[in-house]
Design a protein around this ligand. Sequence first.
Ligand code: ZN
Length: 126
Amino acid sequence: MKCPCQSSKKYSACCGRYHLGTLHPPTATALSRARYSAYVLDKPNYIYNTWVKNTRPSLESIRLQMPEPFIDFQITHTDMGDEHHDIGTVTFIATLQADDAITAIKEVSLFKRIDGQWLYFRGDIE
Ligand SMILES: [Zn+2]
């Protein structure tokens, strides 16, 4: 199966490796993709486990809003967020289809690297 994050790679060679939990995304961009795929594939634990502890909602509230009916994901901008940094931002546009309505959401996500692992800190919807 193709990865939902629109990378055009196979899921097992893309976000699937991270969802197994044995490998962590090396960059904020890779984590952003893996979290998008987790929303599509209904993996609330992955969303919870990759969220900074003091800003994350409860696992139950994450579970209630999943799976999200996303149909497209495009990263439009990244700033820092690689192995040389401890923070990074990823701007993306996620498109949802619910009933007959198509909605695009633009978010600027802020990521932090804590103990060598990238985590989602917060997102600002534009
Ligand atoms: Zn992917």
